[in-house]
Design a protein around this ligand. Sequence first.
Ligand code: OGA
Ligand code: NI
Length: 370
Amino acid sequence: MSPAMAAEMENTIVSETQVYQKGVKNLCDKGLNKLPLKYVLPNSDRPGDCKSDNPNVIGAVELPVIDFVQLCGPNRRHVLRSLSKAGEDYGFFQLINHEISSEVISSMREVCSKFFELPYEERAKYMSSDMHATVRYGTSFNQTKDTVFYWRDFLKLTCNPNLHQLLSNWPSSPAAFKDSASTYAEQTRRLFLILVEAILESLGAMEKEEEELLKEFEDGSQLMVVNCYPQCPEPELTLGMPPHSDYGFLTLLLQDQVEGLQIHHQQKWVNVKPLPNCFVVNIGDHLEIFSNGRYKSVLHRVVVNANEPRISVASLHSLPFQSTMKPWPKLVNEENPRRYKDTDFGIFLQYITSREPKRKNFLESRKIIY
Ligand code: OGA
Ligand code: NI
């Protein structure tokens, strides 16, 4: 190959990489009828379907449903038992009657959709390779590490502590963004704190213990991730997000009415059918560690589709960033020895910048093997 040809090929590769770094929405807006190679997963990682006999076969399951009004009423004990069972068997539940108004939810959905419809240059203002950035727009899963890219763009917003200070850096377009997204963030945080109280109670906390632990969560971390999965020309060849578990204590996910989330349950990938007006709540790595393995942080992934774009909002909550998560001493004894090492945000960041946090690797790396 002549040096001129080599240089040209090199340029093509560089510019292609740059195009993919700009995200999927940008790619789609240019018009696409075939999935670029950059997004084609190896056979064994593709979504699979009901007919195939590959290991990614899809089953169907109804997630446990927790009624928030019942949880806060005279049936609390009964609902707490369902909550425990959901944490042990699924790591997920759907929360209905959560009391966040449909206006708050629909205006959140609206500003998120509008944000992704902005011209690329406007969205790109929030791009950053700094993992500590409090506002970060990006694409794929772990953009600097992924060799194959995932069919997803995202906007990550740190929401707590100090929401009002953080807000000045949030997108100023669309005009209602800051207002709607901060109201939504505050209300999901309030809901999270009520759920934590219930979870602590389900793990046997006494009133005094509960109060002390809750105080720590009051100043806790909250990270909101708005995910955008545009229509995909060949959805069977790729994923919106790879199998992963969530770092954090609990995630409150606002799904679209469009299906896409799948959880790993009894060796199968199963679709989570969106219920209207509900949150999908899942146990994160921190709660698995805190409960010393009783509640499970379960693998999940996102499939994409050819017909409609899908937008979801994940709100991830935990202790303050600088805190250490460890098994609750109350749940550790001779029959049930400590199963996880101490974990903090620094250790996590170190891990993800050195490896791909896929397939639950991070949590596995915190397990104590006897
Ligand atoms: C996440 C996540 C699922 C979805 O943001 O961690 O798992 O349906 N999202 O977008
Ligand atoms: Ni997740």
